[in-house]
Design a protein around this ligand. Structure first.
Ligand code: TMP
Length: 207
C-alpha cells in the first residue's frame, strides 16, 4: 500500500528538469522530509543495464518495438524494486522521467500506438501513477542547443522534427490530465521555476 508521495519531472532534452528535480530534493530534505530521488531509464542494476542498451549510440539498428519494450522493462524493475518499496516506507519519491516519456518519445514521436503503450504501462508499473507530474516545457531548438553534440546519446541524436513531436506529445498529455500535470515555462529562470514547484508541493503537503 502506497503511503508516500510520488512526484515526476518530464520534458524534452535540455529543458532543465534534472536540475529542478535535484533542487526539489534539497528543499524537501531541508524541510525535514524523507526523500528518494531517482531517474529513468535506470535505477537498480538490471534497469541500469537496460539503460546502457537503450542509450548507446552503437545500437542505431534498435527497432521501435524493441525500444518501447526495453523502456518498459527498465521501468518495471525500477518501479517494483525501488519506487514502490520507498513509497511504502512513506518517502517522497521524485523521478526524473517516468512513463509519460514513453508516451511522448515512443508514442508521439515514434508513432507507436498509444493504447498499446497504455496496456504495457499498466502491467509494467503495477498500476502506479504519479501524484504530481511537472512538465518543464521548452521549445526544442532551445533545449537541444543546450546539449553538447559530442555527448549526445542515441535519442538526443534524433532530428529537430522528432524532438518537436516529443514536445507536442508532452503538451497533449498535460492537456488530457490537467489534474496530475503542472506545466512550467522552461524559459523562466531556474530560481523562478523552483519557486513555482515549491508552491505546488507545499500546497500538496498541507492537504
Ligand atoms: P535522460 O536524457 O533524461 O537521461 O533520458 C534518456 C533518454 O531516454 C532521453 O533521450 C529520453 C529517452 N526516453 C525515452 O525515449 N522513453 C522513455 O520512456 C524514457 C524514460 C526516456
Amino acid at each position: 500500500m502506497k503511503k508516500g508521495l510520488f512526484i515526476t519531472f518530464e520534458g524534452i532534452e535540455g529543458c532543465g528538469k534534472s536540475t529542478q528535480a535535484r533542487m526539489l530534493k534539497e528543499f524537501l530534505i531541508k524541510a525535514g522530509k524523507r526523500v528518494f530521488l531517482t531517474r529513468e531509464p535506470g535505477g537498480p542494476k538490471i534497469a541500469e543495464g537496460i539503460r546502457e542498451m537503450l542509450l548507446s549510440v552503437n545500437n542505431k539498428e534498435m527497432l521501435p518495438q524493441t525500444e518501447v519494450l526495453l523502456y518498459m522493462a527498465s521501468r518495471s524493475q525500477h518501479t517494483g524494486e525501488w519506487i514502490i518499496p520507498e513509497l511504502e516506507k512513506g518517502k517522497i519519491v521524485i523521478s526524473d522521467r517516468y512513463y509519460d516519456s514513453t508516451f511522448a518519445y515512443q508514442g508521439a514521436a515514434r508513432k507507436i500506438d498509444g493504447k498499446l503503450i497504455d496496456t504495457i504501462r499498466r502491467y509494467a508499473t503495477f498500476g502506479l501513477v504519479p501524484d504530481i507530474t511537472f512538465l518543464v516545457d521548452l521549445p526544442e531548438e532551445i533545449g537541444l542547443s543546450r546539449i553538447q553534440a559530442k555527448d549526445a546519446d542515441r535519442l538526443e541524436q534524433e532530428s529537430m522534427e522528432f524532438h518537436k513531436k516529443v514536445r507536442e506529445g508532452f503538451l497533449d498529455l498535460a492537456n488530457n490530465e490537467p489534474e496530475r500535470f503542472v506545466v512550467l515555462d522552461g524559459k523562466k529562470s531556474i530560481k523562478e521555476i523552483h519557486n513555482e514547484v515549491i508552491k505546488i508541493i507545499n500546497k500538496e503537503l498541507n492537504k
